[in-house]
Design a protein around this ligand. Structure first.
Ligand code: MF3
Ligand code: CO
Ligand code: CO
Length: 271
């Protein structure tokens, strides 16, 4: 039995990238799975006319009912379980009385804490029939995260992930948001390293087994600059173009990586 003090640093953001062992993988597997199950549960409710605050309530109750905590609730003054980011909202959209309407696209992002471990996960939802350019943006975003994840193995570098995402997205004449990035996570919600979704191959930290982080590219149909609304949270595209995002929490293994937030129902791409 170790003294609690020996592990205090696990609970703080540090500049060194933490390397985790088998018990941590097990904890992240359970947290990631619950985050995925939460979005699986929400899927049938994400339809024309739904109030975004109602989706937030469903997610909060689901999380608490499963003995977990919503990580965003009261995090840095945020008061909700989900971020719901429709259309030209890039990220951190606040659940409200706004309804989702036919033709909207929306990212829904949830983070749950299970036994201290964080599962951070988001998906794109299309509400009914959406414009072909919206559908294409969603396609590009899902392909981008897959290409990023495909780079993850011991010996690869963080820049390889960013480059795989950026080169693909820009070849599709879309842009990668620069102002937000993925992040290390574990017992800490937002830890080192920053995971940039752009970069040069062969640059950045070398990946090692036991590193945990998110990959969560934000992709715009137009240009990459964003602006923050007066609420202090909502980030939107400056040019008002559509934006999409999806997010997985992953761990580097001896041979590649484990995606902690894989959907048990195959609903990572719900529609
Ligand atoms: N889930 C977001 C992420 O991917 C963080 C939301 S911050 C909050 O990192 F304050 F809105 F919760
Ligand atoms: Co995240
Ligand atoms: Co998230």
């Amino acid at each position: 039995m170790a003294l609690v003090e020996d592990h205090f640093e696990d609970l703080y953001r540090t500049d060194t990238i933490k390397l985790h062992g088998p018990e941590a993988f097990e904890g992240m597997h359970r947290a990631g799975r619950l985050a995925a199950e939460c979005l699986d549960m929400l899927t049938p409710y994400v339809v024309h006319g739904v109030v975004t605050a109602e989706l937030d309530r469903l997610a909060r109750e689901f999380t608490l009912d499963h003995g977990a905590l919503p990580a965003c609730l009261y995090y840095r003054g945020y008061h909700h379980t989900l971020c719901i980011s429709p259309n030209h909202v890039v990220c951190h959209g606040i659940p409200s009385e706004r309804t989702l309407r036919e033709g909207d696209i929306a990212n829904i992002d949830v983070t749950v804490i299970v036994d201290g471990w964080h599962g951070d996960h988001s998906r794109m939802y299309a509400i009914g029939e959406v414009a072909p350019r919206a559908r294409r943006l969603i396609d590009v975003t899902y392909e981008a995260i897959e290409r990023g994840i495909a780079q993850v193995r011991p010996g690869a570098r963080l820049g390889d992930i960013g480059h795989a995402i950026q080169s693909y997205v820009e070849a599709q004449r879309c842009s990668v948001v620069r102002d937000f990035c993925g992040h290390g996570l574990g017992k800490v919600f937002h830890d080192a390293p920053n995971i940039l979704h752009f970069g040069r191959p062969g640059s950045g930290e070398v990946l090692k087994p036991g590193m945990f982080f998110t990959i969560e590219p934000m992709v715009n149909l137009g240009r990459h600059p964003v602006k923050l609304l007066a609420d202090g949270w909502t980030a939107v595209t400056r040019d008002k173009s559509l934006s999409a995002q999806c997010e997985h929490s992953i761990g580097v293994t001896e041979t590649g990586c484990e995606v902690f937030t894989a959907s048990p129902m195959g609903l990572f791409r719900p529609n």
